[in-house]
Design a protein around this ligand. Structure first.
Ligand SMILES: [Zn+2]
Length: 174
């Protein structure tokens, strides 16, 4: 059996710090080059200790890829503190941004049928011509796509009107 050294998290962080002193690009590829021939924890050891490469870099106080991207700003209608917002991951922020945009769209327009506009939670997005392909109901939609879809293909309806609308349509398909 080969005697593989068991590296601790501290060993990994130390290695990452040495790595960052020698390399500007803190990528997987660069790390493999940096480590070759040295007795240092491997890329896979580091990622398994921390869960991911970026998380390991975070723990070593090194810039992660996420920090180079512009951060999504907190929508004014979102009731989270700035501190809570800062803690969220990028995808979570993006999902909240989308949800907040749809909420604002619903209440600022009001129900197309009866005018209800008091609470976005009681309002829904109606697709009068049905949904086609990628939709606001699916994950991974771009923000531009979302805005376009709401503008061109959707109507805001309150829950009651939406139910009635679909119930009436359903008679035709029974
Ligand atoms: Zn209504």
């Amino acid at each position: 059996m080969s005697k593989q050294k068991q590296y601790s998290k501290e060993d990994c962080i130390e290695s990452l710090k040495k790595f960052s002193n020698k390399s500007d690009k803190l990528t997987h590829k660069e790390y493999v080059n940096f480590r070759s021939g040295e007795e240092l924890p491997s890329y896979s050891v580091i990622t398994s200790r921390f869960g991911s490469w970026n998380r390991a870099k975070e723990k070593a106080n090194l810039p992660t890829n996420g920090q180079h991207k512009p951060k999504i700003k907190k929508p004014p209608t979102v009731s989270l503190t700035d501190k809570e917002w800062e803690k969220l991951k990028g995808t979570k922020r993006y999902n909240i941004k989308i949800k907040a945009y749809i909420a604002e769209w619903k209440v600022s327009n009001g129900c197309y049928n009866c005018g209800y506009d008091s609470n976005e939670a009681a309002m829904q997005v109606h697709h009068p011509n049905g949904r086609n392909g990628k939709s606001i109901t699916e994950k991974g939609i771009s923000f531009e796509q979302l805005k376009k879809e709401l503008k061109e293909e959707c109507l805001p309806l309150c829950g009651n009107c939406h139910n009635i609308e679909h119930n009436e349509k359903d008679y035709l398909t029974i």
